[in-house]
Every structure is written in structure tokens, then in C-alpha cells.
Design a protein around this ligand. Structure first.
Ligand SMILES: [Zn+2]
Length: 436
């Protein structure tokens, strides 16, 4: 078997989909509904919702139902293994009830497969993996809300309702692809007086990252550079690189005779790196020791500082490594650019109103969108036909529009057949179809 074939077997669409099915099919046996009266299984409901997010098309199910009626077959059956496509209201009711944490093993199963395929290695930095943690908001409204919404009372006496989430993602500064992992909701639970916040969500998320069994370097913004979070990170066996805004820390660093620095000139710009190993994070007696590094970018002609930032880490910093660390730390923008913005701009209908629900509907739609993104990123990483198609079609949105149109008109046997069809469509004239 050649490399492409074996990769397809390990991390192709079907294998990734199997990771989803392995987790959701057991839900059918836990179904408490009267089995003699149900038309649809829980797994068919989850898969139909997933297929809708995968193709980023709210109208696709309607077309596939029509195919079912006319041909007793559909792309949902052939591509996703869905036996019956439930009605929209059934889909929403069912998805609203499933706790998103049920889906967590899907993400770890997929990352494990990617690891055993050897493809995850591309993300490795010195045997470790950068895991960015960033917050995002996927719902905000003055009207639509549920009891789990985060609320904000405004001066003009209005209230806004939001859903926010922390998303971890594996990145490498040298790669375009970003691998989103199981997100952690920031949500209000019953009976809690204080609203949930990013710090509490991070405290729940960090221990859960152990499920991936990977040596992570957690990267996050200054909010997370507290002793609490750093200690939690280390207790769970992870390294960290966190932005710091602490002025008192910078003062201590500035006063140290051990402070090291180096300058690199690139195209009229001076990159000034400074670093100091073993400095106390806080003033108090129980403080921990951290390693500090910073970057200032200065325009040589104008002496203007165009960028400056500082970080703390547990990784020992040496002259050669400081640039790698800065590069890693600065790749935080990637999760914004390659993940959230793509989700928002390139056709993923995250803001589209699929329904909010009362319990978990909005959260699950976000999660299934993120899972679709993970599929697409892996296709981009390992699937030659998908890569060729992307190169041929240009913007992502063009490729996905073509995919959406194709599955509305033709019933394909598999995802691979669909991709191959789009890559080299057969030359057919309508007149030939008419006479045959
Ligand atoms: Zn809500």
C-alpha cells in the first residue's frame, strides 16, 4: 500500500467519521424514548446535524430528504451512513438534550489517529506540541437567550445575552493548518450565583487536556499568567508560554544582572530579544520561579517601536532558542485567523440562526462546526485530492459552494468519489442525457 492509500485508511474521511460514530452510536442503546414509537435514532440525529455543519448548508437536509423520497437513497446515507433523515424540529430537540461533553472522546480519538498516522509530527516543536487556548463568542443577542447565557446589563437598561467558549488548538508557526480540540463552554449553570468566566473555564479545561496524551506547551494571553493557572498547568504535566503584562515582573527583570539580550536586523527592522531564566513571578513568599522573554521590534529609520510583548515560560531559554519561543508565542494570532475568522467568514454559518435551544443546542452547533473544521483541516493536511481541489478552486468558499451544489444534484457513493468528481468532472452535454 502506498503512503497516500495508508494515510486515507488511517485519517481519511471515512476513518474520521468512524471516530464520530464510535462515540455516538452507543447513545442509541441509552435512548429512553419508547422504542416502538421512534422513527429516528439519536446517532442519525447527531450525524444529520453534523452533516449540515460539515457542508455549512442549512438547506442541505431538505434536498437530501427529497432524494430519499424519490430514489430511496441520498448523499447523507452514502457519505455519512445516516439511515433516516429526521425532521428539522426532531433534530433540534434531540441535539438540545445532549451534553456536549459526550462528544469529547471524538476529538481525542481523531488526534490519536493523526498521531499514529505520523502526520501529527508535522506540528511537533522539539518533541512538544503548542496548544493555544483562546476565547471566542459565538452568540450575542438582545433577545434570543437561554438560562445558560452569560448576561450583561447595559447602562441604557438593556440586557445582552452571549455564549462564549475557550477553544484549545494545536498549532505550529510554520504550518497553515490549525487543529481545534474539544472546547470548554463558559456558561452559567443552575443554582450558581456568580457568572462563569474564562479563568474558571480554563481551570476546568486544563486537566481535560490530558485526554490527548500529548506533551503540550499551553499558550495563552496574560489573563492566564497567574500563579494559580501556572501551577495547575504544571500539576497536569504541561509546559506553558503565557503573555505577561506584569509591570512589577518587568521591573525585577530589568534590575537583574543576569538579563541577556540579542539583536537581529531584518529589512530595516531591529528585533530586540531579551530573556532571563529563573525570576520570581510575584513578590510574595510563595511565589514560583519562571523564565521570562520579550521582543521589541524597532524601525531603524524612525526609531519607532512597532511591536512589543513579553512572556513567561517554564522552558529554559537560551540564545538560540529565544527566536523559536517568540515565534511560537506570537502564533497566537493563528487561532484567530485560521480558526475563528475562517469559521465566521469563509462560509461556516456560525452566526446563522440554526436555533438556540434551552440547554445545549447552540453549544452543540458550535461544537459540530468546530469538529467539521477539524475534519477539513486534516483533509487539507493529508488528502491529495482535497489539496488539488483547493488549489484549483481558490477561495475556500468557492470549493464549498461547488461541493454543496454537487450533492444537491448527484448521489455519490463516497466522499472520495465526490472530491474526484469535482476535480475532474466528466464532460457531459444535456442533449446526451436527454437521448439516453
Ligand atoms: Zn443561551
Amino acid at each position: 500500500m502506498n503512503r497516500g492509500m495508508s494515510l486515507k485508511k488511517l485519517v481519511g474521511f471515512q476513518s474520521l467519521l468512524n471516530s464520530v460514530k464510535e462515540v455516538i452510536e452507543p447513545l442509541n442503546s441509552q435512548d429512553l424514548r419508547d422504542q416502538t414509537r421512534i422513527n429516528y435514532t439519536i446517532s442519525d440525529c447527531v450525524l444529520s446535524n453534523f452533516a449540515m455543519m460539515f457542508f455549512q448548508d442549512a438547506s442541505m437536509l431538505q434536498f437530501q430528504r427529497k432524494m430519499e423520497d424519490e430514489y430511496q437513497n441520498s448523499n447523507l446515507r452514502n457519505l455519512f451512513g445516516i439511515k433516516h433523515i429526521p425532521s428539522d424540529s426532531t433534530l433540534r430537540t434531540m441535539l438540545d438534550k445532549i451534553n456536549p461533553n459526550t462528544f469529547a472522546p471524538i476529538f481525542s480519538n481523531i488526534i490519536t489517529k493523526l498521531n499514529s498516522s505520523g502526520e501529527l509530527k508535522k506540528f511537533s516543536i522539539d518533541g512538544k506540541y503548542l496548544c493555544l487556548i483562546d476565547g471566542s463568542q459565538y452568540h450575542c443577542s438582545n433577545k434570543v437567550n437561554c438560562k445558560h447565557c452569560l448576561t450583561k446589563n447595559h447602562r441604557n437598561k438593556t440586557t445582552s445575552y452571549a455564549h462564549q467558549v475557550l477553544v484549545p488548538a494545536i498549532v505550529n508557526p510554520k504550518l497553515k493548518e490549525v487543529l481545534p480540540l474539544m472546547p470548554e463552554e463558559i456558561r452559567n449553570e443552575d443554582g450558581k450565583e456568580k457568572q462563569d468566566c474564562e479563568i474558571n473555564a480554563a481551570k476546568r479545561l486544563i486537566p481535560k487536556l490530558k485526554q490527548y496524551n500529548l506533551p503540550f506547551i499551553l499558550c495563552g494571553d496574560a489573563m492566564f499568567a497567574s500563579q494559580n493557572i501556572i501551577e495547575l498547568t504544571q500539576e497536569n504535566g504541561f509546559s506553558y508560554i503565557l503573555t505577561t503584562k506584569s509591570e512589577t515582573l518587568k521591573e525585577r527583570v530589568g534590575q537583574s544582572s543576569r538579563l541577556r539580550g540579542k539583536e537581529v536586523i531584518v529589512k530595516n527592522k531591529k528585533y530586540l530579544y531579551e530573556w532571563l531564566n529563573e525570576v520570581s513571578l510575584n513578590y510574595n513568599t510563595k511565589t514560583i520561579m519562571v523564565n521570562y522573554f520579550s521582543l521589541k521590534i524597532i524601525d531603524i529609520e524612525t526609531a519607532e517601536v512597532s511591536y512589543k510583548n513579553s512572556w513567561v515560560t517554564d522552558l529554559k531559554i537560551e540564545g538560540e532558542l529565544v527566536e523559536t519561543f517568540v515565534e511560537a508565542a506570537r502564533s497566537r494570532w493563528k487561532i484567530e485567523n485560521e480558526c475563528f475568522n475562517i469559521l465566521k467568514n469563509n462560509g461556516y454559518e456560525m452566526e446563522h440562526n440554526y436555533g438556540h435551544g434551552e440547554e445545549y443546542l447552540a453549544a452543540n452547533y458550535f461544537l459540530l462546526t468546530l469538529l467539521s473544521h477539524l475534519f477539513h483541516q486534516i483533509h487539507q493536511l493529508v488528502d491529495e485530492v482535497y489539496q488539488k481541489l483547493r488549489a484549483k478552486k481558490g477561495p475556500l468558499v468557492v470549493l464549498w459552494n461547488d461541493l454543496k451544489v454537487a450533492i444537491k444534484m448527484i448521489i455519490f457513493d463516497s466522499w472520495d468519489q465526490l472530491l474526484n468528481y469535482l476535480l475532474s468532472p466528466p464532460k457531459i452535454y444535456a442533449s446526451q442525457l436527454m437521448t439516453s
